[in-house]
Ligand binder design. Structure first.
Ligand SMILES: Cc1ncc(COP(=O)(O)O)c(C=O)c1O
Length: 458
């Protein structure tokens, strides 16, 4: 049987799951839903900022909005004075509507449309230029609008030469000449690396610093670099992850399914600690750590974390609608689809075990482990939320809830679809009823939290 992969969680989540609210919301909303914890987002952002202060580095945190479409995180970013990384006109519109100032936006993504570029220029947003043709369109727009766009030049990572993003060495040289000749405020360079390697990030950051020095010889400003996102999230314990990896076999999954790979659900260095590690690393060929190099060069460091700012900032709830017995395990069917738990783009699945929240409070019948996979309420053979036969502690029953923890980073909505005319799961913002610092006298488990919809129904 497959090993358990319990998700890291928080006292707030444990307390919420021990009360009646999850079942009340499932009943009231009539289907699956996502819970959002804005307080956790604030704390994660504060941890990133503290690393910059600690290291004495001029740094700026931009929330990568693509990681979650909820309004509340962009609102929290605006209130906290964070920047926001937007990669589409919709994201830009939402960020502005949430109160983020244009100058606090960085616009990323490839081959941005003219509509997006126009608004970005008019709003004074920083634009990470991904290609020479995009730079040319931006220079034309600058003339038409009589404005000076703020740009970063995005570098194609030499260690990831097959990336479809960024400018190679020769293109960077040509872009710099065009910037020097055109109407543009060239503020520096950027990259975003796949994976979570802190060493690669420190090395490439140092390379961008020398590009800044080159750019300055052309009279360009070049006083900031962005190292993008890719700060890992630690979902499960090291030992559980090791055991899972070592014992993994196709028969641990429904229909003997095998996958291309999995997200590294355990990361020894994650979130703000990863930024601390990057700043403390001495890049290849240098004798000073990255923090020291940035200070010496008078260059600010921008980061664009998405997933890491959302660590423990939400979870996703499905209700069990059916339980079918198979050869030694069960197939649960829940009231939603796997598109609300998005790993399919990566030929993979979200591995941390969902928590079973039973409907009744009566005695538990068959004590576990009770293996079960989790299917969706659609007609697709391949629509499973979890192919893995999860070792549940008790036999799941119709009406129980399955709570997938820590899903705010990318899992909730990046693949969501109203296929089958299933409504998209609503997002519910949950906060403590008693604000931090106030008297906790009224905090019984049912009244400890208050909730609202992330967006009012239209
Ligand atoms: C340019 C850029 N910045 C930031 C991010 C956010 O990455 P993560 O959520 O891994 O921090 C991405 C993700 O694709 C990206 O493409």
């Amino acid at each position: 049987m497959t090993t358990a992969l319990p998700s890291h969680t928080t006292p707030e989540v444990r307390s919420l799951l021990a009360g009646t609210l999850p079942h009340e919301l499932s009943h009231g909303l009539g289907g699956p839903y996502h819970v959002l914890f804005p307080g956790r987002f604030d704390a994660n952002a504060a941890a990133f900022r503290a690393v910059f202060t600690e290291a004495g580095v001029d740094g700026r945190v931009y929330f990568a909005k693509k990681a979650n479409k909820a309004a509340v995180y962009a609102e929290r970013a605006a209130v906290a004075g964070l920047g926001v990384d937007v990669a589409s006109q919709g994201e830009l519109r939402e960020a502005l509507a949430a109160g983020v100032r244009g100058e606090d936006l960085v616009v990323t993504g490839p081959a941005k449309g003219d509509d997006l570029l126009r608004v970005a220029v008019l709003q004074g947003a920083l634009i990470a230029v991904d290609g020479l043709d995009e730079l040319d369109r931006l220079l034309t727009l600058a003339t038409e609008l009589d404005r000076t766009p703020r740009v970063l030049l995005r570098r194609l990572p030499p260690e990831q030469p097959h990336s479809r993003f960024g400018l190679d060495e020769d293109e960077v040289r040509r872009a710099l000449r065009r910037c020097a000749d055109g109407r543009v405020d060239m503020e520096g360079f950027s990259f975003h690396l796949s994976g979570y390697d802190t060493r690669q990030r420190a090395d490439l950051a140092a390379e961008l610093l020398s590009l800044c020095a080159d750019a300055r010889t052309l009279g360009l400003r070049a006083d900031r670099i962005s190292i993008g996102g890719g700060f890992a999230v630690d979902y499960v314990d090291a030992e559980d992850w090791r055991r899972f990896e070592e014992s993994r076999r196709p028969e641990h999954f429904h229909a003997g399914k095998s996958f291309g790979g999995f997200y590294p659900y355990h990361s020894p260095v994650a979130g703000a600690d990863a930024l601390r590690t990057i700043l403390a690393a001495t890049p290849a060929g240098e004798s000073t750590d990255l923090a020291g190099l940035l200070r010496a060069a008078g260059v600010a460091l921008l980061v664009e974390p998405g997933r890491a700012l959302l660590d423990q900032a939400g979870f996703t709830v499905f209700r069990v609608r059916g339980v079918k017995e198979r050869d030694g395990y069960a197939i649960l069917t829940v009231d939603g689809s796997s598109l609300s738990l998005s790993e399919q783009w990566f030929d993979s699945e979200f591995l941390p075990d969902p928590v079973l929240v039973p409907a009744g409070s009566g005695p538990v019948a068959d004590a576990g482990p009770y293996p079960a996979c989790v299917g969706a309420a659609t007609c697709l053979e391949s629509d499973l939320l979890t192919w893995r036969k999860i070792p549940f502690p008790v036999r799941p029953a119709v009406g129980d809830l399955l709570v997938y923890l820590n899903t705010a980073g990318y899992q909730m909505d990046s693949n969501e679809s109203p296929f089958h005319e299933l409504p998209l799961p609503p997002k519910v913002v949950v906060e403590p009823s008693v604000p931090a610092g106030a008297s906790p006298s009224a905090s019984s488990s049912s009244s400890a939290f208050r909730w609202r919809l992330d967006r009012r129904p239209v």
